[in-house]
Design a protein around this ligand. Structure first.
Ligand code: NDP
Length: 400
C-alpha cells in the first residue's frame, strides 16, 4: 500500500487521480496539490469515499522549499508531477532532498526558450542513484507508452530495430473552430517549433509542418499528418540498438492549421514579452487565457484517437514489420472519468508508471526513460486499466 503526491490539477492530473482512486489496492492515500487549490478540492469532492483516502494542498511547484515542506508533511512514496514541464527540476530537487521517488510525463523546458530536451534531467542521474531513489521520465502516452511499445518490440520481436515511425492521430471533434487538447501554451510551443527527425546518428531539421503525409489509421480512416520534433526521439535514439531512423507524426485538421498560421502571423504565439498598457505580457500566455480550457472540451468531444508505433527491422536474419497501437474513444473516456481521450491517454500511463515504481517492479535508483525498464508489466497494465493495444504484423508503412 502506497501514498502518492500528485502535483497539478489539470486535465491529465484529473485522469491520474481517477485512476489512482480506482486502484486503491495499490494507492492507499493520495494528496492532490496544485497552484489553484479549488481545483484539487473539486476533485476530492467528486471522488471522496470511492477508493483511496484523498487530501488536498496548495503549492507553488516553482518553489523548492514549499515542495519540501509539503513532501515532509504528507510523506509520500512517490511524487507524480502533472504540472507543467517548467516545474520538472524544482520538483526533482525536492524529491532528492526528501529521498522520494519521482515520475513525470513531459521533459523539462525552460520558460523563456521553446526548447525541450532531456539534458537537464539526465544530469540528475548520479544524484538519484546515490540517493537510492527512482525518477521515471515521460510516463504519459507520447512520451511514455511509445517508449514502452519500443522496449516491448525490441524484447519480443526484433534482433535489431532499424526504423520507428510514431503516429499520433487525434480524430476528435470538439466543435470549436480552434482549441487545443492539452495545455494551449505547451501545445502551441510544440507545433510552431521546427520539425526534426533522427537519421544515421544525427538530427535532420525541417521547417515547421514542412513534411506532410496521409495515413489510413485503423478504426479512424485517412488523415493528414505532419512531422514534428518530439521528445521521445532523443531517448529512443540512445536506447534502441541498431536504430537508423526515428520520425514522429501528428495529425492536424486544416481548420486548426489555418487558425494557427493566422495567430502566428499576427504575433500571438510569441513567447517574447511585450508591454501592454504599462504591463509586461507574453502574447502566448494571453492567448492561452482566451482559448477554451482543455478540461472544458471533455463533454463536447466526439471521435477517436489512435496512437502507435510502426517498427521495421530484422529477427533471425529476416525482415520484420510490426505496428502496435491503442485506439481510444473520447466519449467513452468522458463517461468513465469526465475527461477527453488526450488527457486520458496521458493520465492512465502516469498512474501505471507510478504503480510499478511503488510496487517495486520499476524501482531502480537513478533517472530513467521508460524504454530502459522491462515493458511486460506495463503492457499488461495498459490492457487492464483502459488502454488496450492492438498488434499488426503486416501494417501499411508510411510512404517515404
Ligand atoms: P493543464 O494546464 O490542464 O494542467 C496543469 C496543472 O499544473 C494545472 O492544475 C496548473 O495549475 C498546475 N500548475 C502550473 N504551474 C504550477 C505551479 N507553479 N505550481 C503548482 N501547480 C502548477 O495541463 P495538462 O493537464 O494538459 O498537462 C499536464 C502535463 O502533461 C504537461 O506537462 C503536459 O506537457 C503533459 N502532457 C504529456 C503528454 C504525453 O503524452 N506525454 C500529453 C499531454 C500532456 P492552475 O490550475 O493554477 O493553472
Amino acid at each position: 500500500m502506497a501514498k502518492a503526491l500528485i502535483i497539478g490539477a489539470g486535465g491529465v492530473a484529473s485522469v491520474a487521480v481517477h485512476k489512482c482512486v480506482q486502484n486503491s489496492e495499490v494507492f492507499e492515500e493520495i494528496c492532490i496539490a496544485s497552484r489553484t487549490k479549488s481545483k484539487c478540492d473539486a476533485l476530492k469532492e467528486k471522488l471522496d469515499g470511492q477508493g483511496c483516502k484523498i487530501s488536498t494542498a496548495k503549492v507553488d511547484a516553482n518553489n523548492v522549499e514549499e515542495l519540501i515542506a509539503l513532501i515532509e508533511d504528507f510523506n509520500p512514496d512517490i511524487v507524480i508531477n502533472l504540472a507543467l514541464p517548467y516545474q520538472d527540476l524544482t520538483i526533482m530537487d525536492a524529491c532528492l532532498a526528501t529521498k522520494t521517488h519521482y515520475l513525470d510525463t513531459a521533459n523539462y523546458e525552460p520558460e523563456d526558450t521553446a526548447k525541450f530536451e532531456y539534458k537537464w534531467q539526465w544530469e540528475y542521474r548520479e544524484k538519484f542513484e546515490k540517493a537510492g531513489i527512482t525518477a521515471i521520465l515521460g510516463s504519459g502516452f507520447d512520451p511514455g507508452v511509445t517508449g514502452v511499445f519500443s522496449a516491448y518490440a525490441q524484447k519480443h520481436y526484433f534482433d535489431e530495430i532499424h526504423q520507428i515511425d510514431i503516429l499520433d492521430c487525434n480524430a476528435g471533434d470538439h466543435g470549436y473552430p480552434f482549441a487545443t487538447n492539452f495545455n494551449p501554451e505547451i501545445n502551441i510551443r510544440e507545433v510552431s517549433a521546427k520539425g526534426s527527425y533522427w537519421e544515421d546518428g544525427h538530427w535532420v531539421e525541417t521547417e515547421p509542418m514542412e513534411i506532410k503525409k496521409v495515413y489510413d489509421f485503423p478504426q479512424v480512416g485517412p488523415r493528414d499528418m505532419y512531422l514534428l520534433h518530439h521528445e521521445e526521439i532523443e531517448s529512443l535514439a540512445l536506447n534502441i540498438k541498431g536504430i537508423q531512423r526515428i520520425r514522429f507524426f501528428m495529425t492536424f485538421g486544416q481548420s486548426y492549421l489555418t487558425h494557427l498560421k493566422c495567430l502566428e502571423n499576427v504575433g500571438m504565439t510569441s513567447i517574447e514579452p511585450i508591454m501592454f498598457e504599462g504591463k509586461e505580457i507574453i502574447p502566448l500566455q494571453f492567448l492561452k487565457a482566451v482559448l477554451p480550457d482543455p478540461a472544458s472540451l471533455g463533454p463536447r468531444t466526439k471521435g477517436k484517437t489512435n496512437i502507435g508505433c510502426i517498427y521495421q527491422g530484422v529477427k533471425d536474419g529476416k525482415p520484420v514489420n510490426y505496428y502496435v497501437y491503442n485506439v481510444c474513444d473520447h466519449e467513452e473516456c468522458y463517461k468513465e472519468v469526465g475527461s477527453q481521450a488526450v488527457s486520458y491517454t496521458t493520465g492512465v500511463p502516469a498512474m501505471i508508471g507510478a504503480m510499478l515504481v511503488v510496487n517495486g517492479t520499476w524501482n531502480k535508483p537513478g533517472v530513467h526513460n521508460v524504454e530502459e525498464l522491462d515493458p511486460d508489466a506495463f503492457m499488461e497494465a495498459l490492457n487492464q486499466w483502459g488502454l488496450p493495444w492492438v498488434e499488426d504484423f503486416n501494417p501499411t508503412l508510411v510512404q517515404d
